[in-house]
Design a protein around this ligand. Structure first.
Ligand code: ATP
Length: 352
């Protein structure tokens, strides 16, 4: 059996003059938890709706399990969708809501009963079978919506911002529950979210989207540690993006001393040096050889519980943010000199 369950080849879709998806190629592996992540309007919902069958591509191929799916209606695809607004039937109790799809398929009554029971147990809602949707909290309704989708045993579960309506605490708990549910079921899950922390918490791989295109695909750690462009570096986590200068000796940045091999790094006209605030160390007298070192003047120091955030102005006028727990940080006053550095392999030279 092929590892790849879903395949998109050069998928494009416009709405009027708006290009929602531009030449998307992507494979989704069997059993993986994939997150589609990006800012509002980047095309992630359009992509999910296309896999679900609610929209057809203008061009390109979509296949699931090796079968071409272009123009195949949603109920003929091995997928189920959980929507942000739950979309439970208000006139049916919880068990009837969950049983709905199975009844339509005319499964035997005993099988429906046992599968509904099993699905209720999966989401920890056994005690709520005879409640009406209006009698449930948001989190409970979301669990029922999940049970209603998984009871059909689809190959793929599509999740369209399913936790967006929940408050932060419940949302975080549901993220872990969703991840555990995925591990238990072994189905393929595809989640749309604009919340990078949610994607990092739950997904095996993340597809970062920007203006209808894929900016990068990788595990959370790959995308966080080795972003391949400035958009991804900036969108996931916090990043300093320091514009480079180009001279005879290679690239540079005012206020920074770059080791020789970094000066020779490949670059473009708009390239920037990317370094995460938490990877920067304050310098004592010396820093190890091979480090990028720098200095500037403190603009602002902020206490953040786990440590300090320092905003430092570099000689060229750019600002660099540094997160530190090192003692001594609290002694530096605005206007004071700050010396800092980081191992060269912690930063990257990124093009647009
Ligand atoms: P959000 O996080 O805000 O839901 P998104 O990344 O899911 O955003 P999409 O809903 O996929 O973005 O929309 C992508 C682009 O296509 C947007 O510019 C949007 O305005 C446009 N679009 C989406 N659906 C339609 C439609 N039915 N008619 C016209 N334009 C649409």
């Amino acid at each position: 059996m092929s590892q790849d369950l879903i395949r998109l080849d050069n998928i494009s879709r416009r709405f009027g003059t708006v290009t929602a998806l531009a030449d998307i190629s992507l494979t989704v592996r069997r059993g993986e938890f994939l997150a589609l992540l990006g800012p509002s309007g980047c095309g992630k919902t359009t992509l999910l709706r296309m896999i679900a069958g609610f929209l057809d591509p203008f061009s390109g191929q979509l296949s699931i399990g090796g079968k071409r799916m272009n123009n195949v209606p949603p109920d003929h695809r091995p997928v189920n969708t959980v929507f942000q607004n739950y979309a439970l039937f208000p006139h049916m109790d919880v068990a009837e809501n969950i049983a709905f799809g199975l009844k339509r398929k005319r499964l035997p009554r005993a099988e429906i009963r046992s599968r509904v029971k099993e699905a209720l147990a999966m989401v920890g809602m056994e005690a709520f079978a005879t409640r009406w949707p209006a009698e449930l909290s948001g989190g409970q309704q979301q669990r029922v919506a999940l049970a209603r989708a998984i009871v059909n045993r689809p190959e793929v579960l599509l999740l369209d911002e399913p936790l967006a309506a929940l408050d932060l605490k419940l949302r975080k708990r549901m993220q872990i529950e969703l991840k555990r549910l995925h591990e238990r079921l072994g189905m393929t899950f595809i989640l749309v979210t604009h919340d990078q922390e949610e994607a990092l918490t739950i997904a095996d791989r993340i597809v970062v989207m920007d203006h209808g295109r894929i900016a990068q695909i990788g595990t959370g750690q790959e995308i966080y540690d080795t972003p391949t462009n400035r958009f991804v570096a900036d969108f996931i986590g916090e990043a300093n993006l320091l514009p480079i200068t180009v001279g005879n000796g290679g690239i540079g940045c005012p206020g920074l001393d770059l080791p020789g091999d970094m000066q020779a790094a490949p670059h473009g006209r708009d390239s920037a040096i990317m370094i995460r605030p938490e990877n920067i160390r304050l310098a004592g007298e010396t820093l190890p050889a091979g480090w990028v070192t720098g200095q500037g003047k403190l603009r602002q120091r902020i206490f953040r519980g786990v440590g300090w955030r320092l905003y430092v102005e570099l000689p060229g006028g750019d600002e660099i943010a540094i997160d530190t727990k090192e003692s001594g940080a609290e002694l530096i006053e605005p206007g004071g000199d700050v010396r800092f550095g980081w191992p060269a392999d912690r930063c990257r030279v990124l093009a647009q």
